[in-house]
Design a protein around this ligand. Sequence first.
Ligand code: NAD
Length: 372
Amino acid sequence: MKVIVTGGAGFIGSAVCRHLIRSTDWSVINLDKLTYAANLASLASIAASPRYRFVQADIADRETVRALFEQVRPDAVLNLAAESHVDRSIDSAGDFIHTNIVGTFVLLEEARRFFDRLTPNRRKAFRFHHISTDEVFGELGPAGKFVESTPYDPSSPYSASKAASDHLVRAWGRTYGLPVLLTNCSNNYGPYQFPEKLVPLMILRALKGETLPVYGAGDNVRDWLHVEDHAAALLTVLKNAEPGTTYNVGCSAERRNLDMVEAICDLVDEIAGPLASGPRRGLITFVADRLGHDKRYAIDADKLTTRLGWKPAYDLDSGLRQTVEWYLGNEAWWGPLVKRGDALKRLGTAKVGVQSVLIDRGQLMAPKSARV
Ligand code: NAD
């Protein structure tokens, strides 16, 4: 098997590359543009493998994607390349439209072109697996969970761009017969996550004794899954799911944001030792809520567990402890990202106005990236 993983230098993509090299004999070609969110250091453990190869390119660069398909002749594509941070999408959505929508369109077109020329046997085996989020479903009230047939109702520019890409993927399956798979996963946490996201942001700010900004009253609820469980779930779906199907991925680990931050404070106090000023819970400050902030997400992953037999290895408490321990022991990984400047800053206030519109226009006409 030869698999192209797009976005393999990101948080989940790098976990997928590591998982594939570790637990299969497949070859993995990591196609990544290397945006601010990428970090090749996340792939250090597999970089020397003869079954791993990295290619720097934009998934929206049609010529390069076409050349890569022809050179690699993959059996599957796992599409994880994306702009993924909701707050950034609120300030400036151009890159989200470019990568999440246009990029997915280009990948689908080139996958179809390649697929149409395959022998019948290879066509039977080929898969295009698109990785998406539960945020496409919008927000839940206090009860209920998202199932695979929940109607799409995205709230943020990020989730709207992901919803658009999901629709494109299904359309390419139904219209052109491309054997597509789709997974919608809950919030991920774990090692190697860029420190702008809630869990690493709070761990690193808590470690430094900085204030811990929590949106609104901290009562927004998210459903949390360890990134290694997500990677294993993706392999299960890729190997076993019927083309044209969708699976939700999650492990019923709902928690209010405030409870999550308090748990992180307690773990950092315990593992790194207390601050002279007192318990880190005292660093929590409530800030104006995120625009369009969905109240609650919760995933029903019964289809995945009952039909395909996937089970998570981590519960939230053990996974969070492992994650805090990892960040506290791996400053060599996150230190350079924090030094770059914007990783621990507040974004998403939409106070960028006209400039952001101009930047967006420029981003939509982004120059071509490196060739294969
Ligand atoms: P990430 O931001 O950590 O990584 C994204 C990667 O994609 C980066 O390495 C970046 O360089 C690359 N990339 C961006 N634009 C590209 C382009 N035009 N061409 C090639 N590469 C490009 O994101 P993540 O958290 O690892 O998320 C991966 C996927 O999983 C996304 O599709 C996201 O929507 C989905 N997802 C994420 C979560 C989560 O909690 N993080 C939950 C569910 C689904």
